[in-house]
Write a protein that binds this ligand. Structure first.
Ligand code: PHE
Length: 449
């Protein structure tokens, strides 16, 4: 199958940043920072983004670019050999695709929540319909059917873009989406930073108080870095496979990492002043954003319009991230089974709809299994993002680090015109072959003991 490249360099950046920036930054980052005590966690998160996220991003993009294939096919010829023990890359390459499918399903349920609030604000703006934000959220959690319907609508919207093909669909779509995002976020930040709670929020977000870290904070920080940079899912391998051969992967990876980290911090600047004015943020669960924000927004002068803008921005972010997830599964399915794009997309969407019933029924049917309304969802989030994702990322780095020769590593990293790439090559090589593995293993050991 002939692979078309990105039409423009900007198209690649927009699509990768569009995939990286999503609910992970706006919904998950604030609640995870809240749960883990603020500033100290943010500091560890930034360190992990640079020391673990960045080398992993270079690895995934380079794997895609050099093989011109998606993750399953790209890893097929690779092999981990430790002494007499050998594991074929074929098995490892399947894991990110399976994970993407389950995460897409779970991500669609949260996207459905966003869609629900977006519609509530929209209807409120154009009619005399009034809504109580707290009751709306409670009602939503208590209705599994509504959540299934909303996540299905979301999946269908994402598939419409994916059906057009990544170059046609994604590039055009994110081309106007990202600038709109930036403008909305700037408006929102200027608004939230003038709130009386802003100084407290800034202190919470940036002052590192290490005594507030919990025993699982480092695991959360690692999971969050991987999730927000879309690593361990094969997404970046697929995006890299469409990359022009002239493009220097480490430069692209560095820009994406910095942009995504800044966007998370900006998201924190939007959410924390609002959340703090509404009450404590440290006791919150995945409901943080939805439990406090809409109510606060409704109380502001012009708040309905402001709320509509915020949820529109959040929804578009989650849609472009879902497109990234769906695209990776579809592109792998197309290469694997030689199915057409349309058939692959509908099969994947059908499967995702079925799986999404588990998180969607978290507050109703499945509530009996745990205590609390979103416990099943929380357990799923912890298992997928903090446990499965680091394991899969570890295996990908191990596979590439062990299989690629020195020349291959060099060819993927060094660009003679970029002196910094020559200077940093030994560090990158060490990172891929040893460093990232040691850091992740160390985090697991600390976690266990
Ligand atoms: N990075 C996205 C976010 O922060 C989530 C995502 C993961 C998207 C993997 C695509 C692939 O929301």
């Amino acid at each position: 199958m002939r692979r078309l490249g990105w039409k423009t360099r900007l198209g690649f950046y927009l699509a990768t940043i569009g995939s990286a920036f999503g609910l992970g930054n706006l919904w998950r980052f604030p609640y995870v920072v809240g749960e883990n005590g603020g500033g100290a966690f943010v500091l560890i998160y930034i360190l992990f983004a640079l020391l673990i996220g960045l080398p992993l991003l270079v690895t995934e993009l380079a794997l895609g670019k050099s093989s011109r294939k998606s993750v399953m096919a790209a890893t097929q010829a690779l092999r981990i050999q430790i002494g007499t023990l050998g594991v074929s890359g074929k098995w490892i390459g399947r894991l990110p695709v399976i994970l993407s499918l389950v995460v897409l399903a779970y991500y669609s349920v949260i996207s459905g929540w966003v869609l629900h609030f977006l519609m509530q604000f929209g209807v409120h703006l154009i009619s005399s319909y009034e809504f109580n934000a707290t009751q709306t959220f409670r009602g939503l959690l208590e209705s599994g059917v509504l959540q299934i319907a909303l996540s299905s609508v979301h999946l269908i919207l994402a598939s419409v873009v994916v059906l057009k093909g990544v170059q046609e669909g994604l590039e055009k779509w994110v081309g106007w989406l990202m600038p709109a995002f930036a403008i909305l976020m700037v408006i929102l930040v200027t608004k939230t930073l003038s709130l009386p709670s802003a100084p407290e929020a800034l202190r919470f977000l940036f002052y590192p108080n290490f005594s507030k870290l919990s025993s699982s904070s480092i695991l959360y920080a690692l999971g969050q870095v991987l999730f927000t940079l879309s690593l361990g899912f094969g997404t970046m391998v697929t995006f890299g496979s469409y990359l022009d051969s002239e493009e220097h992967v480490p430069t692209a990876a560095f820009r994406i990492t910095v942009a995504d980290t800044l966007l998370s911090l900006v998201a924190g600047l939007v959410v924390f002043p609002i959340a703090l004015s509404a009450g404590s943020i440290e006791t919150q669960d995945p409901g943080l954003l939805f439990a406090v924000l809409p109510e606060f927004l409704l109380g502001l002068p012009g708040g309905v319009f402001f709320g509509l803008l915020f949820f529109l921005c959040l929804y578009l972010a989650s849609l472009s991230a879902s497109i990234g997830l769906l695209e990776v599964i579809v592109s792998n399915a197309m290469e694997w089974k030689r199915f057409g794009r349309t058939r692959s997309t509908w099969i994947v969407v059908g499967l995702a709809m079925m799986i999404s019933m588990v998180p969607a029924l978290s507050g109703t049917f499945l509530k009996a299994f745990t205590s609390g309304q979103i416990k099943v969802l929380e357990i799923l989030d912890f298992g997928l993002i903090n446990v499965c994702l680091p394991v899969i990322s570890f295996l990908i780095v191990l596979l590439v680090g062990r299989s690629w020769s020195n020349e291959q590593l060099e060819a993927n990293f060094v660009h003679q015109e970029k002196v910094e790439s020559v200077a940093l090559f030994p560090y990158w090589k060490w990172s891929v072959q040893v460093g990232v593995l040691l850091m992740v293993a160390f985090i697991w050991i600390l976690q266990i003991f």
